[in-house]
Design a binder for this molecule. Structure first.
Ligand SMILES: [Fe+2]
Ligand SMILES: [Fe+2]
Length: 321
């Protein structure tokens, strides 16, 4: 069914017109998804549903956003190569786009819509608040204030999808920003959702990258593994260089979309003991990130008194994005 709908731009071998590369000039060419506009069908018919059950989240088979999500993953799985990841790291880890406080960036984030998410059409700002508040409900103590802040800011890296020259933002296609992440440089693992779409990824045929360990050593530690480029790695690198957040928070930021690891326990052959210790925090974070999506939502101004001082505590200076 998916093939039928899309064979007009994807030939029998599944090759997209710009193959597996992701040079800057490809950005606008073959992207069927948009980043700054809502899908009107969605917003009208999918409202916040407090009755939604745990098992109803991350439904990749028959959610109301099925086609959008399916197309999104097809593109991500096909195009995100080792080389692409290196190019994006080079491009985005210079932190020379703009200078803005995390608080201001939270407001700014509101224009992003995440095409990879089957669960919700909540705005990003609502998702940020809900995740922070879920973390706060789970671990209310002031000694966990870093956890609450992490919930609030974890998706700020999605601003990479915004096209705004005045902020140094070039509007990356969705597949370079969102979606589940996975290691590049080694064999793609079946614990990835939409695993079948990897068959069109050029790295699948690359002998350097398509073995079990690929370019990595057994149990080398995830800090030595290159993750597919996206908002997680971007925000992690920012927080590592510019915040006082603890190691647990950095793990959450970096691996919160690494579902094949924290949800399906794949890729354990690359993990160090340290990674396994931190896994429980990443799993805890994931509950806040995911299951918070259907509860009622305060505004940023409602929660400002609590979060603004904490943002100042953990990000003492405006962020260089
Ligand atoms: Fe995220
Ligand atoms: Fe999130």
């Amino acid at each position: 069914m998916e093939e039928k709908n899309h064979h007009h731009h994807s030939n029998k071998h599944g090759e997209h017109s710009n193959g597996g590369t992701c040079k800057a000039k490809d950005k606008d060419s073959d992207c069927t998804t948009t980043t700054t506009t809502n899908d009107t069908n969605d917003t009208n018919d999918l409202t916040i549903d407090p009755e939604k059950k745990t098992q109803d989240f991350r439904n990749y088979n028959n959610s109301r956003r099925q086609e959008t999500v399916n197309n999104f993953y097809k593109e991500l799985r096909t195009k995100m190569t080792f080389e692409c990841t290196m190019e994006k790291r080079e491009e985005h880890l210079q932190f020379n786009k703009c200078v803005m406080t995390p608080w201001d960036m939270l407001h700014y984030l509101d224009q992003v819509v995440d095409d990879s998410d089957p669960d919700t059409s909540l705005t990003q700002i609502q998702h940020a608040i809900q995740t922070g508040e879920a973390a706060r409900a789970l671990y209310p103590g002031p000694e966990y204030d870093w956890f609450h802040v992490t919930g609030l800011i974890h998706d700020l890296g999605k601003i990479l999808a915004v096209n705004d020259k005045s902020k140094g933002l070039t509007g990356e296609p969705q597949w370079c920003v969102v979606g589940d992440t996975f290691p590049v440089g080694c064999q793609f693992n079946e614990t990835n959702i939409f695993y079948e779409y990897f068959e069109n990824n050029p790295d699948t045929k690359n002998k350097t990258y398509n073995t079990f360990y690929g370019v990595y050593e057994p149990k080398c530690g995830l800090n030595n593994v290159f993750m597919s480029w996206g908002h997680d790695e971007y925000m992690y690198q920012i927080a590592k260089a510019q915040s006082k957040l603890p190691e647990e928070a950095l793990y959450m930021l970096r691996y919160h979309s690494f579902y094949p690891w924290h949800n399906k326990h794949g890729y354990m052959h690359l993990c160090s003991d340290r990674d396994l210790e931190q896994l429980k925090w990443v799993k805890t974070f994931q509950k806040c990130d995911l299951y918070s999506k259907s509860h009622e939502c305060p505004t940023l101004e409602d929660v400002a008194d609590y979060y603004k001082p904490l943002l100042d505590k953990y990000f003492p200076n405006p962020i260089r994005w």
